[in-house]
Design a protein around this ligand. Structure first.
Ligand code: SF4
Ligand code: ZN
Ligand code: ZN
Length: 313
């Protein structure tokens, strides 16, 4: 292994897209610098709610933001965890997030899905015809925006990484799924108070899963060490491995791929954003119907329950 670019120590990581080899200490500094630059670029200030699932991406993000807040008080970060009711996996995830937030001295809000909306994710999956992660995504997006908006946060920070984003976009392109391409959120979206849409920031948008994992390992950050039991068979995993091959040929292909799609999208007059409020929950929706996807999901769950009980003839 080569020497670190900035000191005499041996490098522990090579970042081909930046042509950079770094030791552990300089990698930690580089990683925090990347997160800080995103906050600077979009002038993030005020109260920020940090979605923290217990996975490596969001736990690394919470740690980095808490490090930044030690030397910079422009923003105040609060952790937010949704207990999705996915059996033992959700119980363990909540436990890890609780312990880690306490250790960092960060305030944590926990939202128990079963208590708050009456259903767990496995219960909603059972009544929906959509794939598990699509159902989960609808619920998480709705809950995160609602809680951040109603609790008066200025921004919501989430832990998406470049591997997730580029894989979702690649799958969408190869499947003619224009809806996903048009509505995929970028690194930053400003608040829209007129339609109760909180501002969103994704500080790891251009950081890879490997970089998030390495930062978590170097800082001994606890993470949920198992995959969600509902993720098995998700086709996204298969598309993700395609990137390993492409990146060997061109290390900046992933970054360029996302930037190309964002540029294309900017040029498209049809770029769709939420335009109206759902008739039922009164939160923003892109849906062409009166109800948002979340309310339609909850309605179908309620209907299915009454049908099961024999209350509907
Ligand atoms: Fe939800 Fe899918 Fe993630 Fe499991 S893997 S928590 S179902 S989005
Ligand atoms: Zn070094
Ligand atoms: Zn709704």
């Amino acid at each position: 292994m080569k020497k670190c670019r900035f000191c005499d120590s041996s490098a522990i990581v090579r970042l081909p897209y930046a042509n950079l080899s770094l030791c552990g200490e300089h990698f930690k500094g580089y990683y925090i610098g990347r997160i800080r630059r995103v906050l600077d670029k979009h002038k993030i200030h005020g109260e920020v709610l940090v979605a923290t699932s217990g996975g490596k991406d969001s736990m690394a993000l919470l740690h980095a933001l808490s490090e930044i807040s030690k030397v910079d008080d422009r923003a105040n970060f609060t952790a937010f965890h949704i207990n999705l009711g996915i059996f033992d996996y959700s119980r363990k995830s909540e436990e890890i997030v609780r312990e880690f937030s306490k250790k960092l001295g960060v305030v944590l809000i926990v939202y128990d899905l079963k208590k708050e909306i009456g259903y767990t994710i496995p219960e909603l999956i059972r009544v929906s015809k959509r794939p598990p992660c699509a159902v989960c995504g609808i619920v998480k997006r709705w809950v995160l925006n609602k809680v951040a908006y109603e609790c008066g946060f200025d921004y919501l920070a989430t832990g998406h990484n470049i591997d997730d984003i580029s894989t979702i976009l690649l799958k969408a392109l190869l499947s003619q799924d224009m809806y996903t391409i048009l509505r995929m959120q970028s690194e930053f979206s400003p608040p829209r108070n007129d339609i109760k849409l909180v501002g969103k920031i994704r500080p790891q948008f251009y950081l890879s899963e490997m970089e998030n994992r390495l930062y978590a390992e170097l800082n001994k950050i606890p993470v949920i060490g198992e995959d969600c039991p509902l993720s098995k068979g998700a086709t996204l995993h298969k598309y993700r491995s395609l990137w390993d091959h492409i990146l060997k040929t061109n290390p900046v292909s992933q970054i360029n791929f996302i930037r190309s799609i964002l540029k294309l999208r900017e040029q498209m007059a049809a770029f769709k954003q939420p335009t109206h409020l759902c008739k039922k929950c009164e939160f923003p929706t892109e849906s062409e119907t009166e109800l948002c996807a979340f309310c339609r999901l909850i309605d179908s769950a309620g209907k299915r329950n009454t049908e099961t009980l024999g209350l509907v003839s």
